[in-house]
Design a binder for this molecule. Sequence first.
Ligand code: UT7
Length: 351
Amino acid sequence: MRSKIAGIGHYVPERIVKNEELAKHMDTTNEWIIERTGIEERRYAAKHEETPTTMGAIASRIAIERAGIQPEDVDFIIFATISPDYYFPGCGVLLQRALGITKTEIGALDIRNQCSGFVYGLSVADQFIRSGMYKNILLVGSEMHSMGLDFSDEGRAVTVIFGDGAGAVLLQPTEEEGKGVLITCLHSDGTHAEELAMINPGSHGGYHLGPEKYGYPPHDSFGGVFVTQKMVDDNLLTPNMTGQLVFKTAVVKFPEVIKEALTKTGLTSEDIDLLVPHQANLRISQFIQKVMRLPDEKVVNNIQKYGNTTAASIPIALSEAWESGRVKDGDLICLAAFGSGFTWGSALIRW
Ligand code: UT7
């Protein structure tokens, strides 16, 4: 038994933020952003009205409807995000509530694997379905980065990249010969954990990093250490990235993990009908395309419109490709992601 994507959907907020608008707030230009990243615009969710959960719920309803089931039929939720509504509980239970699922014979799991969250989530869902434990798994990737970015000049290298949005798939078992998720490959390397990270607020207490830098009170004091005044004053509550290191590692790991999936399934890059890479940077995707010797029509790129939406980028891109008829019955679809952690992974799906 394998798992198949029985329904897919996505949602992006209405508000379009063009590069020129960002250039009004920080020292950047439309030309720089397009040249270094390929991004022309991104979406920002409506503050006070939209959250990762509300966006995820819209995408989920579409995926559920396309699968021909009702929300109450979902028996497991996997929610991948790094920009959750709350520090806890996670978005999984919030999504259950938003979808009006009142039964308690359901599990909700949150995945925090950054850009590879969707591929990790797919792998988890696939194992549950193969084992026969669940029959309708809702897997969501949803992000609201616009709430947590640094809009000063200091944050420009990170801020111009990210956007908001959500994608969802409904996974079910299939016994159709050769169809479904053929393989998932997952990897991690914690060596560079802080090179692409948002480490505050957190419970690190300066361990490994130095308490002074973060303004932690003496170790034998009580309370008030989750967010310190120094973190606020020194602008330490937003993400940081060593861009070039991430870029250089990504262009090696993406092709490597795609080739791993192909080799383990006895396939070659010529068998790929559509590659849906995590939308990290257009230059990264073009590099992967070149190494994998894939023609333009076999690679999905929508970073130009949405920026990098982390855990949501693959399901949004896959959903758009499906809606526009680029995903056909019997096609071999390859998903691949790399990001913070570092974590990376790939999946091959026979549609
Ligand atoms: O999805 C998760 C994984 N994330 C990624 O895969 C991101 C990987 N990294 C990247 O995509 C690229 O490294 C960036 C797009 C983040 C940066 O591009 P880059 O070509 O690596 O630029 P850089 O960091 O080497 O900076 C080059 C110059 C610097 O100026 P100087 O020192 O040469 O004077 C930066 O200060 O560009 C400057 N710069 C900017 N200038 C205008 C950095 N950000 C900006 C900006 N606008 N937004």
